[in-house]
Each structure stands twice: as structure tokens, then as C-alpha cells.
Design a protein around this ligand. Structure first.
Ligand code: PMV
Length: 313
């Protein structure tokens, strides 16, 4: 049984985070220069069923049986095994690595799950279709943040720009003209579960105000879809600023995010906002391709711990 490897990209949410959990649309795109990789290799010297999992990025090197049953990596393996109908796994070593920063809104958990599911299924001789990979990765996402909308596993599995509504079939987004974005990482870890849980509490306390905010976000997302399809980058930037205003009202921005967003706007970005769960993690700015590297440097000088340029086309 030869070693098999599978990959999945990172992702960034352009519009609609948080509101998407409440049935409103959102837009996300893959970030192809960041990716997770999983490799599965038969271990001919080990007893049948011993699955060794190594994830050096998080300092993990254990057998599957030693991992807590609810560990996302263990769940990914077991769900895949069940999905392909394999009663026992041949002894193997699974090595997981990722260049996607953890807990920063770039989809590291979903990308690792997708890569792992694909690699294990292929190793067992039953590569799974994207639809099934996406559904299994969604189950793993639930361990990361309780009530996920499913946007992360969807954009990462299909690796294309998506207009996403929870529970509806995936809609591919046409991109009228290439768009350039700069992503800046505050370096502040932000577990999505806690910001999603806080928004839920706030929504329960004041459903009318929160539903109205989610509706405003939905209108921004719909307008943004038109801009992306028609290649209107400047207008798209303005919509990012509007989305950020509502995210601030929802309570998921932070001083570090606000700082980088304001630096981006002062450095020529057409618009900027947080991306993902918020409270930390990443912000994203829309800018002309010619100005992108200058903005990337400005964000690093302003305290971003990492910054990337990504093109959506
Ligand atoms: O923090 P991320 O990138 O995993 O994004 C979460 C997006 C939310 O809308 C806040 C939650 C969700 O499940 O859609």
C-alpha cells in the first residue's frame, strides 16, 4: 500500500461572518498559498489497527487509541473509516502538517480535517467525492465550534469562491475581474467557539437588535456578490467597511483588529474588515494589485505578526 498524501487550502471570509450562523448569506474564498497536508503510510512492522498520528505543528505524536475520543483528528479518522465501510484500518502512520496559522480565522481546523479525510479514504482505497468529504469535515467542525455554519468546510473542500447559505447547495461565485486582498494577522489567538457563543448570548438577550444587524449584513453580502461578479473592487471595499461597522456593533472586533483596519484604510485600501470569528485573528483589506505589497509592509510595521497577499480570480 503506497503512501498517499492529500491537501486542502486555507480560506478567508470576505463578507457575512457570524450572520451566516443565523441563516444569512456569506462569501468566502480559498487562500491557496496556505495549506494543510495529510499523509498516510502503511506501517508494516506494527500490529494491525495501530494508527500512529503525528502532528508536529501542535506537538502531537500518539496512537489513535491514546487520543481522547472527541479529538478532532481522531474523529476525522473514525468518521472516514465508517464512511468507506472499513471495519479495521491497516497499521499506518498519519502525518499532518499545515502552514495555516491556528485559531486565526483562516480555516486551519477545517483544512486539516479535509486533508485528513481525503488521505485516509484514499489510503483505504475508497477516495470520497467532495460532497461527502465536506459533510464529514462539517462533523469535525462541530467539535471545534459547536454550531458552525459550514462555510469553512465548504469553501475549503471545493477550493473555490463561494456564496454560502447554511443548509443550501453550494453556489460558486463568478469573479468578474481579479481582486487583490491583503490579510493581516493580529497574532491574537481567537477561538471561534467563544466569539460565536458570545454572539449567541447577546442575540438571546436582544433578538430584535441582533436580527436587524444580521439583516443589514445580509444586504451587504448580496451587494458584494454583485460587485464581485462585475469586478467593482472599489465599491467592494466600501461594502467591507460597512460590514466592519456592523461587526463592531455585534461586539466581535477588538483594538488590535481596529488598529490594523485603520492602518489599511490610511494606506490606500478601498476597504477593510475583520475576517472570521473576530476578537483577534485576521483582518482583510481590498486594494489594487500594484499597492498590495506596500500595504502588506505597512501592516507588518503596524504590528501584524504575519501578512499575506491573495488574489481572487
Ligand atoms: O473563525 P473562522 O474563520 O472559523 O470563521 C468563523 C465564521 C463564523 O461565521 C463566525 C462562524 C461560522 O460557523 O460560520
Amino acid at each position: 500500500m503506497p503512501a498517499v498524501a492529500a491537501y486542502a487550502p486555507g480560506k478567508v471570509i470576505l463578507f457575512g461572518e457570524h450572520a451566516v450562523v443565523y441563516g444569512r448569506p456569506a462569501i468566502a474564498v480559498p487562500v491557496n498559498q496556505l495549506r494543510a497536508r495529510a499523509q498516510v503510510e502503511a506501517d508494516l512492522n506494527a500490529p494491525v489497527g495501530r494508527i500512529w498520528i503525528q502532528a508536529p505543528d501542535i506537538g502531537l505524536s500518539q496512537t489513535l487509541d491514546e487520543l481522547p475520543a472527541e479529538h478532532p483528528l481522531a474523529v476525522a479518522v473514525r468518521l472516514t473509516q465508517e464512511a468507506v465501510g472499513a471495519i479495521r484500518m491497516p497499521a499506518c502512520k498519519i502525518r499532518v502538517s499545515s502552514t495555516i496559522p491556528v485559531a486565526s480565522g483562516l480555516g486551519s481546523g477545517a483544512a486539516v480535517a479535509v486533508a485528513m479525510i481525503r488521505a485516509v479514504a484514499a489510503f483505504l482505497g475508497h477516495p470520497l467525492p467532495d460532497e461527502q468529504v465536506c459533510a464529514l469535515a462539517y462533523e469535525v467542525e462541530k467539535l471545534h465550534h459547536g454550531t458552525p455554519s459550514g462555510i469553512d468546510n465548504t469553501v475549503i473542500t471545493y477550493a473555490m469562491p463561494v456564496f454560502f447559505v447554511k443548509g443550501q447547495p453550494i453556489q460558486r461565485l463568478r469573479v468578474g475581474a481579479p481582486l487583490t486582498f491583503v490579510i493581516g494577522d493580529t497574532g491574537v489567538p481567537s477561538p471561534t467557539a467563544s466569539s460565536v457563543a458570545d454572539v449567541r448570548l447577546a442575540w438571546q438577550a436582544d433578538p430584535v437588535a441582533y436580527e436587524a444587524r444580521f439583516d443589514r449584513i445580509a444586504a451587504i453580502v448580496t451587494a458584494a456578490r454583485r460587485c464581485i461578479e462585475q469586478g467593482e473592487a472599489r465599491l467592494l471595499g466600501e461594502l467591507m467597511n460597512e460590514n466592519q461597522t456592523v461587526l463592531q456593533e455585534i461586539g466581535v472586533s477588538s483594538p488590535a483588529l481596529d488598529h490594523l483596519i485603520s492602518v489599511a484604510r490610511q494606506s490606500g485600501a478601498w476597504g477593510a474588515k475583520l475576517s472570521g470569528g473576530g476578537r483577534g485573528g485576521n483582518m482583510i483589506a481590498c486594494i489594487s494589485a500594484a499597492e498590495a505589497e506596500r500595504l502588506r509592509q505597512a501592516l507588518l510595521a503596524a504590528g501584524a505578526v504575519r501578512a499575506w497577499i491573495t488574489e481572487v480570480s
